[in-house]
Ligand binder design. Structure first.
Ligand SMILES: [Zn+2]
Length: 415
């Protein structure tokens, strides 16, 4: 068998013929030509037999490694004049537009990005992390199901932080399919308005429920754009608000202790954060001991802790909306009489969103169901911290949690 024939089989790239193979230090360089005569626009369906000029455009792509060899595919491409897009270098059937990698290589890297960490991927695939981000963007642009916004009935809106320093992504979940169907940078009213603009008023009119947090921004957008949908407050958000109030009380107590001459007390207390915030059944022995100490000590902090636990308990069982309503009301009056300013404030907010919380219980839209997805999203956004653009971070979220079926090269049917 000739070397060129062997490499045609080995590369398995559609639409090319191998002309020549040579070896560099650690790279196999494969020169190929396109088999098709017609030139295709890389940005639309337009094709033509006419070249724009005779000047060849030297192009190269990384393909999947062969053993310990990197594989570089090179071709001389032609230029065409598309009536819509103007003068462009012709598209190739084996790589995405403007990619320096073959489709096979990109699909493999995108698959890895959803499964494992940055160090593993960059070392295994020998690409830098920003290239991984751009690969994710291209694979998503290529593979995202365009019908994913059709037939939405019940959606959830969440913000996740991406990187430090107040970078946020807003994500829309389809509660039925348990997939993220939309995302954008930011977390204000305009961000969610952009989702509804893309959805259009007809599809927005079919929404029956929108679950969200208690922030004004998303509530305003949902009220304006999907007036018929029931706005549900995920109990998870309410519990988080109460947990934050406890943390405020904890910090105040700690600062008071630090001001005392006995530094040991403050030091001992420093580790108390997790034992207070974690569920009591998840505590380590040490944390449980700290908690017992806090209980003996009593005071504001213990009252705040008891209030937090009482609130969390309301949602940990499977009470119906009426039972929940009664417990929420009772909790709110207890919290407003607690003389703990953060809890008095939270009780006010909870009262204001009481109906939304109950709607979530009635429609069984609660975090317990979506928790798996939420945890996964958090894991993925943390992995995306190193990307430079929020678009890349969003792309990784969509790849991992969106309606995309990632296929590895050998799983894809040959074109
Ligand atoms: Zn075109």
């Amino acid at each position: 068998m000739r070397v060129t024939t062997a490499f045609n089989r080995l590369l398995a790239l559609p639409g090319i013929s191998v002309r020549e193979v040579s070896f560099d230090a650690d790279t196999v360089v494969v020169e190929v030509v396109l088999r098709r005569r017609r030139l295709h626009c890389p940005e639309c369906e337009f094709s033509t037999a006419a070249r724009y000029d005779r000047r060849p455009v030297l192009s190269s792509w990384r393909h999947t490694d062969m053993g310990r060899w990197e594989v570089l595919v090179r071709a001389r491409l032609r230029r065409l004049d598309c009536p819509t897009h103007g003068v462009r270098t012709e598209a190739v059937p084996f790589a995405r537009y403007r990619a320096g990698f073959s489709r096979d290589f990109e699909d493999l890297v995108a698959f890895l990005a959803t499964k494992t960490d940055k160090t593993t991927i960059t070392r295994l695939a020998r690409v830098d992390w920003d290239s991984v981000g751009r690969i994710c963007e291209r694979v998503v642009a290529d593979g995202l199901d365009p019908a994913r916004l059709d037939g939405l009935v019940s959606i959830g809106v969440d913000e996740v932080s991406w990187k430090r320093h107040h970078n946020y992504l807003t994500l829309v979940t389809d509660h039925t399919a348990k997939k993220i169907v939309w995302g954008a940078e930011g977390k204000d009213t305009a961000t969610l308005d952009a989702f509804f603009a893309e959805l259009g008023s007809e599809r927005a009119g079919q929404l029956e429920a929108v679950s969200l947090d208690m922030g004004a921004a998303f509530n305003k957008s949902a009220r304006d754009n999907a007036p018929k949908a029931v706005r549900c407050i995920d109990p998870f958000h309410a519990v988080k608000l109460v947990t934050d109030a406890l943390d405020t009380v904890r910090r105040t107590t700690w600062n008071e202790l630090r001001a005392l001459p006995d530094k040991a007390a403050a030091k001992k207390f420093k580790g108390a954060r997790w034992c207070l915030l974690k569920r009591p059944d998840n505590l380590t022995d040490d944390q449980a001991a700290t908690l017992r100490q806090l209980r003996r000590r009593g005071g504001d902090l213990w009252r705040a802790y008891s209030l937090k636990e009482a609130f969390r308990e309301i949602f940990s069982g499977d009470l119906d909306a009426d039972e929940t309503a009664e417990l929420i009301d009772r909790w709110c009056s207890r919290a407003s009489r607690s003389r703990l300013a953060p809890f008095v404030k939270v009780a006010k907010t909870i009262r204001k969103f009481r109906d939304g919380i109950l709607a979530a219980i009635r429609l069984k839209i609660n975090n317990a169901r979506a928790e798996g997805l939420n945890n996964h999203v958090r894991l993925i956004t943390r992995r995306a911290y190193g990307f430079h653009s929020p678009k890349a971070a969003l792309a990784l979220v969509m790849l991992s949690c969106g309606p995309i079926e990632l296929q590895l090269p050998r799983e894809r049917s040959p074109d």
